[in-house]
Design a protein around this ligand. Structure first.
Ligand code: PLP
Length: 401
């Protein structure tokens, strides 16, 4: 059959090929290449007997449509053979909350990386606390040392590698080994690498989470999240998302599907341009450190090389000490870089950040102002020329101030 990613072939299909052939059945859609956008709640049954027996491929809009089936199967294909189920959520944070609620119950204990996306901490400190679940934050670089923090009621360990502001690379297999020895689930926010560059489920992760808002969408025009679970957790994940009544609007599912088709083309461009810009920044006298795992200077570079097959366009820099007004002059001068939250779209972004007030298990003291960049799909030469203008503005403001 055409368009079957599981067809027996001389060699397994590469992820980029699977992203093209997976998740669609033209033969069921009058031959049209893409699965249509099914807007629907009610599904009609031909007879009363059929309704009583629920004899129908689709039952109700919330419970799945051809559009959601296409997206789920394409995502499952991308996660690899260990994936036994995918849940679609209306945002990345929704995916994180749903995954946590799937594996935790009152009285349980969670180990959460101190480098986690800040709203993830909010879920732990507020929602989970109210539900009788306690959280201990741990040093992202803890590795197998996490053993010392495991309690008899520890039921889940959450990793995010690298942290999306501070870029520590975690030893996910070592952490997962300890977690599994104690019967705890391993959850990972894998938004940065995506399964193209880090196959989380093959590295000991049980539930792999992505903010699809970022690279899956790829165009800064949707909110979307997903969780992929292995065979141990697929049922409880499905039941939790069903109970919460969460589903994604059909137009956003369609945009997520469209984004996935080009992910394997876009991500290598973000990777190459990101490394080029980061390397150039490393040579600037105004920059004291570049936090990019693919650069040999990064403390997590060896781990990144061991476990990851690429990097996205997101990294940070530490500037040599200058007044905040000089940092703002820099950010205002680089007009090709938008100032705003989120990332993973086709456009470049730059924002100031400060982790020092967020952290509780570790101290964040980088020794200068910090800026996070997302490198988009513009020509690298234009971005570097623009950054050069930015540093001129930074130096002028520093001298004036
Ligand atoms: C953006 C982001 C999220 C949340 O995704 P939303 O779709 O904005 O809810 C989660 N984790 C990371 C690392 C993110 O960057």
């Amino acid at each position: 059959m055409k368009n079957d990613p599981d067809r027996t072939a001389a060699q397994p299909l590469a992820p980029s090929t699977r992203l093209v052939v997976g998740g669609r059945r033209p033969e069921e859609q009058y031959g049209f290449v893409n699965t249509p956008v099914y807007h629907g709640s009610t599904v009609l049954y031909p007879t009363a007997e059929d309704f009583r027996a629920r004899r129908s491929r689709y039952k109700y809009g919330r419970r799945g449509t051809p559009t959601s089936d296409s997206l789920e199967s394409l995502l499952a294909d991308l996660e690899g053979e260990a994936c036994a189920g995918v849940a679609l959520l209306p945002s990345g944070l929704g995916a994180i909350s749903a995954a946590l609620l799937a594996v935790l119950k009152a009285g349980d204990h969670l180990l959460m990386t101190d480098s986690a996306y800040e709203p993830t901490r909010h879920v732990c400190d507020h929602l989970l606390t109210r539900w009788g679940i306690s959280t201990t934050y741990y040093d992202p670089l803890i590795g197998a040392g996490i053993e010392a923090l495991v309690r008899p009621n520890t039921r889940a360990v959450f990793v995010e590698s690298p942290g999306s502001l501070s870029f520590e690379i975690q030893d996910v297999p070592a952490i997962a080994e300890v977690a599994h020895a104690h019967g705890a689930a391993v959850l990972m926010d894998n938004t940065w690498a995506t399964p193209l560059y880090f196959r989380a489920l093959d590295h000991g992760v049980d539930l792999s989470i992505q903010a699809g808002t970022k690279y899956i969408g790829g165009h800064s025009d949707i909110m979307f999240g997903c969780v992929a679970a292995n065979a141990h957790y697929a049922d409880v994940l499905r039941d939790t998302v069903f109970s919460l009544g969460l589903c994604v609007g059909p137009d956003d599912m369609n945009l997520a599907l469209r984004g996935l088709r080009t992910l394997a083309v876009r991500l290598p461009s973000h990777f190459a341009a990101g490394v080029e810009v980061a390397t150039w920044l490393e040579g600037r006298p105004e920059v004291s450190r570049v936090l990019h795992p693919a650069l040999p200077s990064h403390p997590g570079h060896a781990l990144w090389k061991r476990d990851f097959t690429g990097a996205c366009g997101l990294f940070s820099i530490v500037l040599k000490p200058v007044p905040e007004t000089a940092v703002d002059a820099f950010l205002n001068a680089i007009d090709l870089f938008g100032i705003g939250a989120s990332w993973g779209g086709y456009e470049s972004l730059a924002i100031p950040f400060d982790c020092s007030k967020i952290r509780t298990a570790t101290t964040w003291a980088p020794g200068g102002p910090t800026v996070r960049f997302h490198i988009g799909l513009e020509a690298v030469g234009d971005l570097i020329a623009n950054l050069d203008e930015g540093f001129a503005a930074l130096n002028a403001a520093a001298q004036a101030g």
